[in-house]
Design a protein around this ligand. Structure first.
Ligand code: SIB
Ligand code: ZN
Length: 435
């Protein structure tokens, strides 16, 4: 039997080199891959499924390369504090009360929000990971998930258990949901996990061929203790413990010096830039143009919804371009195309996941952006629009792995009303338990 086809018809297409061309996109639904990009619009007149892209731009599904998806339940729970106080005084105590059912509700809410804003893949560091996996499976998106392990403030057996759980979860779920779920070993950060346990996480990940994902150089407060204690910069310490390889990816890299930028480019480890979180927590401004100039793979992440406070990657695109210029004191820094690359190719490459490019043979992970809107008129340059003017709510259809997840702004894989109702209920209950 011939395999089923999906035709995304009548639109324009953003190609990997950032050119925009008129074409239909033909998808092999069984393989979940792009079969043809057809400028003549004659590839398949009778597809099994058709999506109308008239007045639309077909772009790669966006990649949210660093989040804590279930933190949607803590959106607006605690704001206007720096990282350390925010985590210790508000977030960690609330998270201690989160049940698996809460994480499921928060994950479904976050994934609903991501599908609606054109994100088809994300990296998630959290706990009760089986619930995140179940939500990803049901929603039809892709993710690289892991259990975030923290060892500070714990006695030895508890600390070891947390890291071992991170390793066990990474082993168990890699390849779940027909391969849409991949994993990483996720020690929380260089200052919240002890050196021996960082080394253990690194060794296990290396043995399994699984990446390591962690937070690094987010605030000055995280850099100073490492420099004071070890007389070396945090990323050289990360390299020394074995978590800076071409497979690994780290969030933030705000406070990095030239020697650390060199380490990143030599190792091939990727950086996930989270501009909104860095601004909101006043963590600082990452030197994104310098990272790009050094050849570092840079992706974009929202971070959790409690430090952003949404999961709309279009916001990150705009913030990355804006703040990148400010950091470089140069309006030519982080131009629109560089920001769009980070949100697409950079994300897929950082997470070693398929997608990120609309080209023949690539995974059929797509977002169709509706251009028929006052704020997207006129259309001199669509890459500029993606970076500076479009928003998540402009996304009309979302496709992942060849499957339509949202059609005409209606999400097909999750019951939006039920998901929102459940999240409201769980969040209210959580607030009453932690009050
Ligand atoms: N097993 C750990 C949980 C770690 S999950 C990952 C953690 O990262 C936290 N987090 C969220 N945003 C940030 C950030 O910007 N920097 C550092 N940690 C963050 C998040 O709240 C969550 O606690 C424990 O027992 O505490
Ligand atoms: Zn984070």
């Amino acid at each position: 039997m011939a395999s089923e086809t999906l035709l995304v018809a009548g639109g324009r297409v953003l190609r990997p080199d950032m050119r925009v061309t008129e074409a239909d996109v033909l998808v092999d639904r069984d393989a979940g891959r792009i079969k043809a990009i057809d400028a003549d619009r004659s590839a398949d007149r009778d597809p099994d499924v058709r999506l109308d892209a008239t007045d639309g731009l077909v772009v790669p599904g966006l990649v949210n390369a660093h989040t804590h998806v279930a933190m949607t339940l803590l959106r607006g729970y605690a704001d206007d504090k720096p990282l350390d106080a925010w985590l210790r005084e508000d977030i960690w105590p609330a998270e201690a009360a989160l049940t698996p059912a809460d994480v499921r509700a928060g994950a479904e809410l976050g994934i609903l929000e991501m599908i609606r804003s054109g994100t088809t893949a994300f990296a998630d560091m959290y706990f009760h990971v089986p619930e995140v996996v179940a939500a990803v499976e049901k929603a039809g998106v892709r993710a690289r998930v892991g259990h975030g392990a923290v060892t500070v403030g714990k006695d030895d057996p508890d600390a070891r258990d947390d890291v071992e759980e991170s390793i066990a979860v990474a082993r168990e779920y890699d390849g779940a949901a027909d391969g849409r779920v991949r994993t990483a070993v996720m020690p929380h950060s260089l200052t919240t996990v002890s050196e021996p346990l960082l080394r253990e996480a690194a060794a296990a990940a290396r043995d399994e061929g699984i990446p390591v994902h962690f937070h690094a150089n987010e605030t000055e407060d995280e850099v100073e203790p490492i420099v004071a204690e070890r007389s070396t910069r945090p990323l050289s310490y990360a390299d020394d413990v074995g978590i800076l390889s071409a497979r690994d990816f780290l969030a933030h890299a705000v406070h990095v010096d030239d020697s650390e930028i060199d380490k990143l480019s030599e190792s091939g480890a990727a950086v996930v830039h989270c501009p909104a979180s860095n601004m909101k927590l006043a963590s600082g401004i990452a030197p994104v143009q310098r990272l790009l100039d050094a050849g570092v793979t840079v992706a974009l992440g929202t971070d959790g919804a409690a430090s952003n406070n949404d999961l709309d990657l279009f916001g990150e695109l705009r913030d990355a371009a804006m703040v990148g210029k400010l950091a470089a004191d140069d309006a030519a820094a982080v131009p629109a195309a560089a920001a769009v690359r980070m949100a697409t190719q950079g994300g897929a490459d950082a997470l070693s996941l398929p997608g990120g490019r609309v080209e023949v043979g690539a995974a059929a992970d797509l977002a169709i952006v509706d251009l028929d809107a006052p704020h997207l008129t006129p259309q001199h340059d669509l890459v500029s629009h993606l970076a500076y003017a479009a928003r998540g709510s402009d996304v009309r259809h979302t496709v992942c792995d060849g499957r339509v997840l949202m059609r005409d702004r209606e999400v097909l894989t999750l019951d939006a009303e039920r998901v929102v109702g459940m999240a409201r209920e769980r969040a209210a209950d959580l607030a009453s338990r932690t009050a």
